[in-house]
Design a protein around this ligand. Structure first.
Ligand code: NAD
Length: 339
């Protein structure tokens, strides 16, 4: 049986990846600061541990795994990454995790290592026009990411490639473009735009108003989690090191994204545009290299993934409301008892 270690197995993509690897017959070890928030892990072994610590990394990497998936990172959506308030922790925490993992993977003879980089590495100067962003893999240099999150990803890409050149570590590097789906962060400040708008629409009555950062004309593409995992597994099974975009080419404006979610919900939703952290003006995955190297690219329409995600977030909103109601009933009862 092949063995896999998933770093960041308590996170959104990591917890789904564990399920996928189990379904493929891997023996899976997971590690994270936390268990998955929205369900139990499918891992055979799950360790709560801080990968910034060298000794924690040494303990978990005590064997030559067939495959290591390095997804652990201090990250979130625009509200976390683009405000500038978390730059030092993002750079320090994620870089130190990657430094630890790369070194131990080479020393312990890991057979293949996957690293999740990001579309945020692409230069800001190629993403000024919302209708024509340039994000093919070769356009990464001269480097000018618009966030320190992106700079850390670029540093770590280069480090893994250096380990490949100098220490024969067999690596695969993907640049994810806005992955979304059920069981992802949907509230609390680290959520990304599809989850944030699903939540806002779910919480707003028909004909109500929600807030949106910016004018909503900024463009993005979003990839559903199942297709992301398909891309990851195909890249791992290929002989191509990357970096390779794993994203969708169905570019929409944020206004369109919001409108699609409102239609799925069957509601008329008004939008109030307010100031907020935005990121680049336009971004879209360029999947030409993916098709060339993997003979595959994602095909599922954005709307299909949004339907699954909206349904799941609606349920989360309803469960949270029910919990609040039963908590307040309990509080009232206990006040009456003490009266
Ligand atoms: P996530 O935040 O849900 O998962 C990351 C996990 O890493 C979290 O569970 C977190 O607890 C864990 N982690 C952070 N610091 C740790 C530490 N010191 N020790 C152990 N675990 C730690 O994020 P995600 O959306 O699942 O993203 C997974 C990876 O993909 C990340 O590297 C992210 O940068 C990258 N990525 C994601 C997207 C996306 O759209 N979701 C886009 C581009 C890149």
């Amino acid at each position: 049986m092949k063995t896999a270690l998933v770093c960041g197995a308590g996170g959104f993509i990591g917890s789904h990846l564990v399920k996928r690897l189990k379904a493929e017959g891997f023996e899976v070890t997971g590690i994270d600061l936390k268990y998955p928030e929205f369900g139990t892990t499918a891992a055979d072994e799950f360790v709560i541990g801080d990968l910034r610590s060298q000794s924690v990394c040494s303990e978990i990497m005590d064997r030559p795994y067939d495959e290591v998936y390095q997804l652990a990172a201090d990250m979130g959506g625009a509200g976390f990454v683009f405000t500038g308030e978390h730059d030092a922790e993002i750079m320090h925490n994620s870089a130190i995790i990657n430094l630890n993992i790369a070194d131990l993977a080479a020393k312990t003879g890991v057979k293949k290592l996957f690293y999740s980089s990001s579309a945020c590495i692409y230069p800001a100067y190629n993403q000024l026009d919302p209708d024509n962003p340039k994000c093919n893999e070769d356009s990464a240099y001269p480097a000018a990411p618009d966030s320190d999150y992106g700079w850390e990803k670029l540093f770590s890409e280069r480090m893994y490639m250096a380990y490949s050149r100098n220490l024969n570590l067999d690596v695969r590097i993907a640049r994810f473009h806005n992955i979304f789906g059920p069981e992802g962060t949907w509230t609390g400040g680290r959520e990304k735009s599809p989850a944030a708008f699903c939540r806002k629409v779910a919480q707003t009555p028909d004909n109500g108003t929600i807030e949106m950062w910016g004018d909503g004309n900024q463009t993005r593409s979003f990839l559903y989690i199942d297709e992301c995992l398909e891309g990851v597994r195909r890249l791992m099974n290929s002989s191509f090191m990357g970096p390779l975009n794993i994203g969708s080419e169905e570019m929409v404006s944020i206004n369109q994204l919001c409108q699609m979610i409102a239609e799925i919900a069957g509601k008329t939703i008004n939008v109030q545009h307010i100031d907020g952290p935005l990121g680049v003006r336009g971004r879209n995955s360029d999947n030409n290299l993916m098709f060339e190297k993997l003979n595959w690219k994602p095909t599922q329409p954005l709307e299909t993934g949004l339907r699954h995600t909206y349904k799941w977030i609606c349920q989360q909103v309803a469960d949270t409301n029910n919990n609040l109601i039963s908590q307040s009933a309990k509080n009232k009862n206990s006040q009456n008892t003490h009266a």
